[in-house]
Write a protein that binds this ligand. Structure first.
Ligand SMILES: Cc1cc2nc3c(=O)[nH]c(=O)nc-3n(C[C@H](O)[C@H](O)[C@H](O)COP(=O)(O)OP(=O)(O)OC[C@H]3O[C@@H](n4cnc5c(N)ncnc54)[C@H](O)[C@@H]3O)c2cc1C
Length: 316
């Protein structure tokens, strides 16, 4: 490592920042905290500070603090779409806790199934509960791990995407720390949500159909996903977005990349758009493998694959 690399690993928090965070968050603030346990790839170096934020007021406090102290910060969902660098994340990493995990359904008899969910609520749990109420289209969101906030940021989905069902989004930002409503636009695996907006809660609305049929569809999707996805090793789902009119997995397979390895990172034999952590893979391994796959597809098919997974932190 060069001196410049070393400098990227030095915490940006001063002792007074740590003292203040300790005072506000007590045991819910951890310092130099490994992030690997918080990502589905089980990869990633330490965060200078990792905060478990329980309420909107606490979130507002953190946002004011990072703005005042000009500290870099990052909001983590369930970490199922992230490659965190081996050097970790400088500054403050926020995880949303219990107040943000609520799932509340409106009137149980109307023509629509309406649900308000906090950003840290599990999308899988929401999908199961919504299916039980006959929410039409919810099967398109089934089997996607992660939080409601992460899903909203990513516009997660399959043939249906979460953005199609959004009625309201509430966010908090450093400039406007109190919860307020915004109306982002939704595109394939991204949205116009401001980069510094933390999703606090989301209201979704679905047409109400027959719950038995919806539950059946949900089960069928889950079975299909289990058959087609390599879920026995840590991964982050599809690494590349599908290019228009094609599938990234098909192109990667056709490039002959299935089974390629770098360290303990491996291109899945079952689904070529998945990279598996076969045990102890580093972010650098995954990044190198992704670059090799991308090069191969570009050289053989002239298609420049775009990453779906977000790279975050320091890559050394
Ligand atoms: C096995 C597997 C299968 C998958 N299948 C699918 C699929 O079918 N379709 C699909 O779309 N995705 C899929 N994914 C990817 C992933 O689950 C989704 O992108 C998911 O929505 C990410 O949610 P998360 O909470 O894990 O977010 P994270 O990975 O933690 O974060 C993703 C992004 O969202 C931001 N973010 C997180 N929470 C908030 C918040 N509260 N406010 C603002 N920004 C926030 C983060 O900063 C980051 O930029 C799959 C992943 C796995 C591991």
């Amino acid at each position: 490592m060069t001196e410049a690399d070393d400098a990227l690993l030095v915490s940006l928090l001063e002792e007074r920042d740590r003292a203040l965070l300790r005072e506000i968050f007590g045991a819910r603030a951890s310092f130099d905290a490994p992030l690997a346990p918080h990502t589905s790839w089980r990869i990633g170096g330490p965060a200078d500070a990792l905060l478990s934020v329980e309420t909107s007021d606490e979130l507002a406090q953190v946002l004011r603090l990072v703005a005042k102290r000009k500290l870099p910060w990052y909001v983590l969902g369930s970490g199922s779409n992230l490659l965190v660098g081996d050097g970790g994340i400088r500054g403050v990493v926020v995880r949303l806790g219990s107040e943000f995990a609520r799932i509340d359904f409106d009137d149980e008899t109307g023509a629509a199934v309406v649900v308000r969910a906090g950003a840290s609520a599990s999308l899988a749990l929401l999908a199961g509960q919504a299916a039980g109420r006959g929410a039409l289209g919810i099967d398109g969101l089934v089997g996607i791990p992660g939080s409601v906030g992460g899903a909203l940021r990513m516009n997660a989905g399959t043939d249906r995407e979460i953005g199609e069902f959004v009625r309201e989004v509430w966010v908090q930002t450093p400039a406007k720390p109190a919860p307020h409503a915004v109306s982002p636009q939704y595109f394939y695996r991204h949205t116009t949500l401001a980069r510094d907006a933390v999703v606090a809660s989301v209201t979704l609305a679905f047409e109400r159909g027959d719950a038995t049929i919806v539950r059946e569809r949900l089960q069928q999707r889950l079975v299909r996903r289990k058959e087609s996805q390599p879920l026995q090793f840590p991964n982050a789902g599809s690494c590349f977005r599908n290019p228009p009119g094609d599938k990234a997995g098909r192109l990667i397979e056709a490039a002959g990349a299935k089974g390629w390895r770098q360290g303990a990172a491996e291109v899945s034999e079952l689904h070529a758009n998945f990279i598996l952590n076969r045990g102890g893979a580093r972010a650098a391994d995954v990044a190198a493998l992704l670059a090799r796959v991308r090069r191969a597809v570009a050289e053989q098919f002239g298609v420049d694959l775009e990453l779906e997974v977000h790279f975050v932190g320091v890559f050394v």
